[in-house]
Design a protein around this ligand. Sequence first.
Ligand code: SME
Length: 151
Amino acid sequence: MPIHDNVFARIESLLEGEDDWISAMSTVVCELHHSFEHFHWTGFYRTVKPNILKIGPYQGGHGCLVIPFDKGICGAAAKTGKTQDVPDVHARTEHIACSSSTLSEVVVPIKNSNGQVVAVLDIDSDLPAAFSAADISFTEHLCQYLGAKYF
Ligand code: SME
């Protein structure tokens, strides 16, 4: 089984019968962070009030605690509801550098049944253009699954 399918199957199995969103996010970041060597920071930001994201469960160094929708790549994903695939973070002026070693990142929104962004999954890498098309479609599939299961 290809690695992405394997990880997805493990997450489905780990979350079977789990209805607590915090427990789910914590389990998902742990599984992702330890399954992919190029994921150097893996975490969730949650929409806690209109246009404000706050950090959720993560693995890696400290992340910024609060990101408004009009700031950062995370904010762009939350505001537009679209995946942000950033092969070179220095090419995006709005990028917030929580770690100076980050070179590329992908941020995928998680939506509720009304299409509102309830959280984003942010994955940062110290490698340039680290994320493959398979990584992106896998994270999008995962975020759709989480949105449908928990919201
Ligand atoms: N790089 C993100 C900020 C979050 S951290 O890097 C953990 C952004 O530009 O939104």
